[in-house]
Each structure stands twice: as C-alpha cells, then as structure tokens.
Write a protein that binds this ligand. Structure first.
Ligand SMILES: NC(=O)c1ccc[n+]([C@@H]2O[C@H](COP(=O)([O-])OP(=O)(O)OC[C@H]3O[C@@H](n4cnc5c(N)ncnc54)[C@H](OP(=O)(O)O)[C@@H]3O)[C@@H](O)[C@H]2O)c1
Length: 356
C-alpha cells in the first residue's frame, strides 16, 4: 500500500518541502503504525526546515512535531492497545505523513469524540504553555504575567490556561492579533508601535510583572527582564526573532546550524543570576523536559485532554490544510499575523468543521 509524506530536501525556504509517494512503513518490534488524522504546523517546523532548530534532523527528513491519529497496525510485542484507538504523540519530526510508525511508549490515548485538529493543538502548544505556567513559573492566582507573541500558537494557549489559573495578563502582539488577545482576557500591547517595557510599567503603576514568557529570544530577553518586578522570572523558550517573513533573519540559509542562538540564551541566563535585583531568566524546552520527565508529559497531556473534553479550553485554529499543501501552510505561518494554530488534516478528518 502506498502513502504520502512530506520531506524537507535541503535546508532553506518553503521550496524545500516536497510531496513524496512511497510504500507504507511497517511497524517493527514494539512499534505501532498510526494513521495520522491531524498534524500541527508550528514555528519549530519552520526553524527545522531552515536548519536552525536544536532538534533539526539531517536532510532528507519528514517534518512535524505533533500528531493525532488512529492506531492502524501493531508490531510484535505490543499489548494494551488495539487498532482503532485514537492516540496523540510528539515525535518531533515525522508527523507530516499519512502513516507513521512509533514506539508504543510514545502514544497517549485520546478520548473519543474530540476534534483531531483541536486535540493536536494540545500536544506541542498547550503542553508547552501548561508546563511553563505550572512547572517552570509555578504561577499563583492573582499574579501578573506578560506573554509575548500572545496571539500565536503557544501565546494563545498561555492566555487560555493563564485565564483558568486566575492570572492578570498582558500580551504583546501585532495589531492583527489585538482583538484575539483581548478576547482571551489579556491587555494587548502592540509590539510594533509601543515600547512594551514602558507600557508594562505604566499599566502596573511601576510595579512590573511577576513572570514574562519570552519565545522571541535574542536581546529581547534582556528587555523582558526589565518588565519584571524584583524577584520576578523570565521563562525563555524560543527564537522567533531568528526568522523574518518565515526565512532566516540573518539571510544565511542552507546549512544545519542546531546551536544557533544557544550561546545568547546561556549568556542571559547566567547574567540573570549574577546581576542584582533577584530577577531570574530560566529556560524551558518541551523536548528536554519530556526526555527527563516522560511521566510529566503524559500526565500533563491527559490533564489537557480532560480540559478540552470539558470545554474549558478551546484551541484557536486559523486554518486547516490538506497534507499535500504543507508548503502553503508553512508559507502562511511564515508571513505572520496568524491567530492560534495552523493544522494539516488527513484521512477524512473533516476539513470543514471549525475551518476559518
Ligand atoms: N521551548 C519549547 O519547548 C517550545 C515549544 C514550542 C514552541 N517554541 C517556540 O515558541 C515560539 C512560538 O512558536 P509558535 O509556533 O507559537 O509560533 P507562532 O504561532 O508563529 O507565534 C509567534 C507569535 O509571535 C509574534 N511575534 C513575532 N515577533 C514578535 C515580537 N518581536 N514581539 C512580540 N510578538 C512577536 C507573532 O505575531 P505577528 O505574526 O502578528 O507579528 C506571532 O503571533 C517559537 O520561537 C518556537 O520555536 C518553543
């Protein structure tokens, strides 16, 4: 049986994404074959295509951090899971495919009746948001937080979970995302026309915020530190500033550079510890926390699936694309101004329901 997957043929722009038809993979010992229903499209996918994400595989590779699918075939030595079960997984690469074989331990059962596209938003974006709020920052009701890129995939997840946690929230965004940010309960700050440090001090009468969530990276982290109250914390988790218009901001594309930006992270983290005023910069990485604490990943995803089932969270999906249009999906994300998440939907998972 044939199936389709997307491959990145070289490090670079969207033209590096090609559609490949080949034989369906067979599950090995302890593996399960999953028929993918939905795969997320995220900035880490774009950064891996450009060769600058720390998890970038060698080319050619199939992108796609997160998926929801149906168990299709069992390899040898598998028990406790049956064909037809809906599951979620975060393989980091490989999700832009009709079928994928994964170790059984990577699969988390998804309750029936959920929309696969909404459920896939939980795997990368909501776990990132949930763990940063509750495991890194350990937020308490009434605390003030600043969320950068608040209209984006992780940003909108932080807002929904931050509201449930009873936080007072401020969110930077471009003017296109302001309405979504205020609808999700935060005060929007237009990062293109306002100085967010001044705005935070004005809005908090000089007090500053308890926590800043900074996925922008680079020198931006230092400015985030200035928005803190003494004793506050910046949680740093991304390098959005390394991209412009969906391409490398430096213009130096075409090679695998997995440690791009990491030294700057290190410098600011150490600087945060050494300088006075007890303001700390702490890093967060979903993949490293999953490697160190796989039980937390599973536990947090189950908690989030429960919140989705109870309709306490509702992921924003900007647009659903068929798998063969992965390139257009990444181009749209790269252009910016996207509210929430873009999802690839496959194998009869509804393209229409909830599509904008
Ligand atoms: N460490 C981890 O475990 C982890 C996990 C997931 C994601 N990430 C990282 O998180 C970041 C966000 O990923 P995503 O998939 O959520 O991306 P996304 O959906 O594209 O969101 C990024 C948002 O940032 C906004 N933005 C861009 N420049 C900004 C600036 N200078 N100030 C404030 N906002 C700005 C964009 O707004 P406009 O387009 O309107 O300008 C967009 O809404 C990426 O760097 C990604 O690598 C890290």
């Amino acid at each position: 049986m044939k199936h389709t997957r997307i491959i990145v043929t070289h490090y670079g722009g969207p033209d590096a994404l090609q559609v490949l038809e080949e034989e369906c993979p067979e599950p090995k010992d302890r593996e399960v074959r999953v028929r993918v229903l939905a795969a997320g499209v995220s900035l880490p996918d774009v950064m891996a295509r450009e060769g600058v994400h720390p998890e970038t595989p060698p080319v050619p590779f199939t992108p796609g951090w997160d998926l929801v699918g149906v168990v299709d075939r069992l390899g040898a030595s598998i028990s406790g899971i049956e064909p037809g079960q809906i599951v979620a997984a975060m393989p980091i690469s490989g999700a832009y495919a009709e079928f994928v074989c994964l170790p059984q331990r990577e699969l988390v059962p998804v309750p029936s009746g959920l929309d696969a596209a909404e459920a896939v938003c939980l795997v990368l974006n909501y776990i990132t948001a949930y763990q940063m709020l509750h495991r890194s920052a350990k937020v308490r009701p009434g605390q003030r937080v600043l969320i950068h890129g608040a209209a984006g995939g992780v940003g909108s997840a932080l807002l929904q979970l931050g509201r449930l946690a009873g936080l007072e929230m401020y969110g930077t965004c471009s003017s296109r995302g302001a309405l979504a940010v205020s609808d999700l309960g935060a005060i929007p700050i237009d990062y293109q026309h306002q100085d967010f440090v001044k705005e935070i001090h004005r809005l908090t009468s000089g007090g500053g915020v308890d926590v800043v969530f900074d996925g922008i990276g680079g020198t931006h982290m230092w400015r985030s530190r200035k928005a803190l109250r003494p004793g506050g914390k910046v949680v740093v988790y991304g390098l959005t500033s390394s991209l412009r218009g969906g391409r490398l901001a430096s213009g130096r594309s075409g090679r695998r550079n997995r440690f791009h930006g990491i030294p700057v992270f290190g410098l600011y983290i150490v600087g945060g510890w050494l300088l006075p005023s007890r303001k700390r910069v702490v890093p967060y990485s979903i993949q490293w926390l999953k490697r160190l604490r796989p039980a937390w990943f599973r536990q947090d995803l189950i908690a989030l699936l429960d919140l989705l089932q109870q309709q306490k969270i509702k992921p924003l999906i900007t647009r659903r694309f068929p798998l063969a249009e992965a390139r257009q999906a990444q181009e749209l994300l790269g252009k910016g101004g996207v509210t929430g998440k873009i999802v690839l939907v496959l194998n009869g998972s509804s393209l229409e329901s909830g599509a904008a």
